[in-house]
Design a protein around this ligand. Structure first.
Ligand SMILES: [Mg+2]
Length: 133
């Protein structure tokens, strides 16, 4: 990962490389709750997600799966990702459950809601919430 350092500040990714944080349940496979882990072993990947994410990886982007699955389910998750051929750099468990996410950060953040079709991203003009000037 190529990082650009500025003295006394946290580094930023260089050259248009993105840090993708990608949900798992309901985004790259069926929406499986933590209470039904047996389903996490044999669920099918969404093939358009697999293809798009692996392309992003090959283009040099950072791929992190950010999931509400618990740490206890991390190895099942890694085994499933590997078995199905996903390319990625990391898996972060413990994302808060319940959705309605709103991320506030001093770095640039963009968000895209998955609605059943995983493709390359396109630009659209939409309304967002920001802090007052
Ligand atoms: Mg989900």
């Amino acid at each position: 990962m190529e990082l650009q350092y500025t003295e006394h500040l946290s580094p930023s990714l260089k050259g248009g490389i993105k840090n993708y944080l990608i949900d798992i349940d309901g985004t790259i496979t069926d929406d499986i709750p933590n209470e039904e882990p047996e389903r996490m072993v044999d669920c099918e990947p969404y093939l358009d997600a697999l293809e798009t994410i692996n392309k992003w990886y090959d283009e040099g982007h950072q791929i992190c799966f950010f999931t509400s699955r618990t740490e206890a389910l991390k190895q099942i998750t890694i085994d499933w990702l590997d078995k199905n051929g996903f390319k990625y750099h990391s898996v972060l468990c413990g994302k808060p459950r319940g959705g309605n996410y709103h991320w506030i950060d001093n770095h640039l953040v963009k968000a895209t809601r998955y609605k059943g079709k995983f493709t390359d991203l396109v630009e659209k003009n939409v309304s967002i919430e920001v802090f007052k000037d």
